[in-house]
Design a protein around this ligand. Structure first.
Ligand SMILES: O=C(O)CCC(=O)C(=O)O
Ligand SMILES: [Fe+2]
Length: 202
């Protein structure tokens, strides 16, 4: 329970089995969340994402950035990125996330979705560069969007709406057994920024 969202029980596991997803709700007051959104939009080194699908190099409309404790290389969707050093804003948001989740992180992937037309398709965050079963914490700013989980075998579905200034935590065997996605939606016309704090194996 936090000062800002009395209704959100972050100890609840949203998954029925094979992993754990906790939603902390809004962990920041509105004015702080607004200020972080503006700051991230301006100061992050946003770049169009490049993914290789069926051997074709494609530039996504969605923008990304990758930061870390060291110049970690991170490979996903057949492209490799090198982490930039933490700016002040991310140091603050990492500390806040670490306090709430009682875990530590050494890298962060940021995504900027300009409108509801942009999303992320089904995947799990289980690349070899990531420490196996380490927690992944997700901070969201801007437009509220639906975040979906799908069990790899049973295809069971769980949807969570990620609010402005909110925190979500994925732990245990979640990435082994569940996929997640950010479905595109015509209902949203404003931008959203998402930060996923992760642990790269060193
Ligand atoms: O934008 C989101 O909420 C999720 C992003 C995501 O799944 C990822 O970066 O791996
Ligand atoms: Fe992901």
């Amino acid at each position: 329970m936090t000062l800002f969202d009395f209704d959100t029980d972050h100890t609840k596991n949203w998954l029925p089995k094979d992993g754990m997803v906790n939603y902390y709700g809004k962990i920041l007051p509105l004015e702080h969340a607004n200020a972080y959104f503006d700051d991230l939009l301006k100061t992050i080194a946003w770049q169009q994402d490049e993914v290789v699908i069926y051997g074709k190099r494609i530039r996504t409309k969605r923008k990304v950035a990758w930061y870390g404790d060291r110049a970690f290389k991170y490979t996903y969707a057949n492209t490799t990125k090198k982490a930039l050093p933490w700016p002040q804003t991310l140091i603050a948001l990492k500390a806040l996330t670490e306090q709430h989740t009682k875990a530590t992180y050494n890298a962060c992937l940021l995504n900027l979705y300009h409108t509801g037309n942009e999303g992320m398709s089904w995947h799990c965050d289980a690349e070899p560069d990531l420490k196996k079963e380490a927690p992944i914490a997700s901070l969201s700013f801007g437009a509220q969007r639906k975040f979906s989980f799908k069990h790899k075998q049973t295809k069971e579905r769980v949807d969570i709406f990620l609010e402005h200034g909110s925190l979500l935590l994925m732990t245990g065997s979640t990435q082994t057994h569940w996929l997640h996605s950010l479905p595109p939606t015509k209902k949203v016309t404003s931008p959203r920024i998402n930060l996923t704090f992760r642990t790269i194996t060193t």
